[in-house]
Design a protein around this ligand. Structure first.
Ligand code: 7PJ
Length: 272
C-alpha cells in the first residue's frame, strides 16, 4: 500500500509514525513549550532525529473548548515552521480545517493536509484536489467548542464508517485518487469513553473501507480515564494504544513520543 503525498511515496506495508508539532500556546499536552517558531522548528528537527516518518504541523488547538484563532494568527504560526522544515527530506502534514491555511501551507511545502473536518469547509476539497498532496479525512461529531457535550450515536462504528466513506467518495468525485487518501475515526472528537473504546475494538471494520487508517490516541483523555494518569504521564498508555492499533491494522500512528513509538512498533513488526 503506497500513500502518495506530494513528492513523497510512502510505503505503508509497515506502520509509519507521524510526529506531532504543535505551534500553539494552548495545546492540551505540550502547550506553551513550543509556542515560538524557533522552538517549534527545534522540536520538529528533534522528532526527525527520533525517526518520525511524517511531521504534523498544527497552529490551532482542536482540544475540547479551545478558543478558535484568526486566519492570520494561524498562518503566522505554521507557515514559517513549514518553510524551515521543508528543507528536510520528510513529508510535512498541515493540521488545519481552514482552506486558506491549506493553500498557503501547500505553497510553503506541505505534502499532506490533515483535516479534522474532512475537507467539508467551502473550497477545501478543491484546493487539495488541484494539488498533488495527500489528505487525512477525520471524523468529528460537532465542533471543538461543543463536541464533548453529550456526544450521541446509535451505532458509533457504523456512523463513523459511513461518514468516512461519504467523504472518500466526495474526494474521488473531486478528482483525488485513492492513493492520496487516509482515514481516521477521530478519537476524542465528539466521543465518550465508550465510543472511543468501541472504535478501537472495531478498528478492523474501518479497515474494510480499504483506505489506510490513521490513529491518534497519543496522551488523549480516554487514556487518562483508563489509567487515572494526567496528560504528562500517559506515555505507557499511549504505547499500549499504539500497539493495539497497529495490530488491528492502523498504518499511520499520530504521536507525541516518536522514539518510544518506533521501538514498540518494532516489537509488533517482529511478531507479525
Ligand atoms: C487528531 C488530529 C487525531 C488527526 C488532533 C490531540 C488533539 N488529527 N489532531 N487525528 N488529534 N488526524 O492531539 O490530542 O486524532 S489534535
Amino acid at each position: 500500500m503506497i500513500f502518495s503525498c506530494g513528492s513523497f511515496q510512502l510505503d505503508l506495508t509497515q506502520p509509519r509514525v507521524m510526529g506531532i508539532v504543535n505551534v500553539t500556546p494552548d495545546s492540551f499536552s505540550d502547550g506553551g513549550k513550543f509556542n515560538t517558531t524557533d522552538a517549534a522548528i527545534a522540536h520538529a528537527l528533534d522528532l526527525v532525529e527520533q525517526g518520525a516518518d511524517i511531521l504534523d504541523i498544527g497552529g490551532e488547538s482542536t482540544r475540547p473548548n479551545a478558543t478558535p484563532i484568526s486566519l492570520q494568527e494561524e498562518l503566522d504560526r505554521v507557515i514559517p515552521v513549514i518553510e524551515a522544515i521543508a528543507k528536510q527530506k520528510i513529508p510535512i502534514s498541515i493540521d488545519t480545517y481552514k482552506p486558506r491555511v491549506m493553500q498557503a501551507a501547500i505553497q510553503a511545502g506541505a505534502n499532506m493536509v490533515n483535516d479534522v473536518r474532512a475537507l467539508q469547509e467551502d473550497g477545501a476539497l478543491e484546493i487539495v484536489a488541484k494539488s498533488n498532496v495527500g489528505v487525512c479525512l477525520m471524523h468529528m461529531q460537532g465542533t471543538p467548542q461543543t463536541m464533548q457535550i453529550n456526544p450521541q450515536y446509535i451505532d458509533v462504528v457504523n456512523e463513523v464508517s459511513s461518514f468516512l466513506e461519504m467523504r472518500m467518495q466526495a474526494c474521488e468525485r473531486a478528482g483525488l485518487t485513492k492513493n492520496r487518501i487516509v482515514i481516521d475515526p477521530g478519537f476524542g472528537f465528539g466521543k465518550t469513553r465508550e465510543h472511543n473504546i468501541a472504535l478501537i475494538q472495531q478498528l478492523e471494520t474501518l479497515n474494510q473501507l480499504g483506505q489506510p487508517l490513521l490513529v491518534g490516541l497519543s496522551r488523549k483523555s480516554v487514556l487518562g480515564q483508563m489509567t487515572g494518569e494526567n496528560v504528562d504521564a500517559r506515555l505507557y498508555a499511549s504505547i499500549a494504544a499504539v500497539v493495539i492499533s497497529a495490530m488491528k491494522g492502523a498504518k499511520i500512528l499520530r504521536v507525541h513520543d516518536v522514539k518510544e513509538t518506533i521501538e514498540a512498533l518494532k516489537v509488533v513488526a517482529a511478531i507479525q
